[in-house]
Design a protein around this ligand. Sequence first.
Ligand code: ATP
Ligand code: GCO
Length: 172
Amino acid sequence: MGVSGSGKSTVARALAERLGWAFAEADKFHPPENVAKMQGGTPLTDEDRWPWLRAIRDWLTQEAQAGHSTVVTCSALRRSYRDVLREAAGEVRFVHLTGTRDLLAERMGHRQGHFMPASLLDSQLATLEVPGPDEHALTLNIGAAPDELVREVLAGLQLGSTASLSSRPGRD
Ligand SMILES: Nc1ncnc2c1ncn2[C@@H]1O[C@H](COP(=O)(O)OP(=O)(O)OP(=O)(O)O)[C@@H](O)[C@H]1O
Ligand SMILES: O=C(O)[C@H](O)[C@@H](O)[C@H](O)[C@H](O)CO
């Protein structure tokens, strides 16, 4: 999770590869109207986001029921959005990628061929509700290189190369 430009796709893709887990981009679950809206510089509303979040939740559930652990990129900016994702079958954990506005803007500005305009960064930051302590999210600073962030996720969530969240040592 994290605002646009925080590196979700970059880190999550590498993490999924490292773990051999199924991977999905939340952006792929947006209906074309949502993408068109963002592309045009208009932030999504809660109403735009609910069906999208439910579709991601349902994908997580399907995969979990098929016995697959997953990594999914999703901005998941508000607690209520994360609550929808937490309804998925299996154990759902969040890694929050955070950085300064300047760094986020710089990364969004350098990115090629992405529909999300840098002008939406401020609305993303205004919408963000940082996970509370009860959410047990792992918060990582995006100043580090992607490889290092992957190592931090593996260590922070206690994941080895063959692990799934529900089979971590010490869990029943
Ligand atoms: N840790 C990092 N160090 C340096 N550059 C990074 C890092 N993580 C991501 N980047 C670069 O920053 C840009 C934004 O990253 P990315 O597209 O992965 O973010 P995102 O959170 O998935 O964005 P969005 O939600 O808008 O799709 C990309 O150009 C990417 O190559
Ligand atoms: O909730 C949202 O506003 C959206 O998910 C955005 O965050 C984008 O989908 C994504 O971050 C851009 O690629």
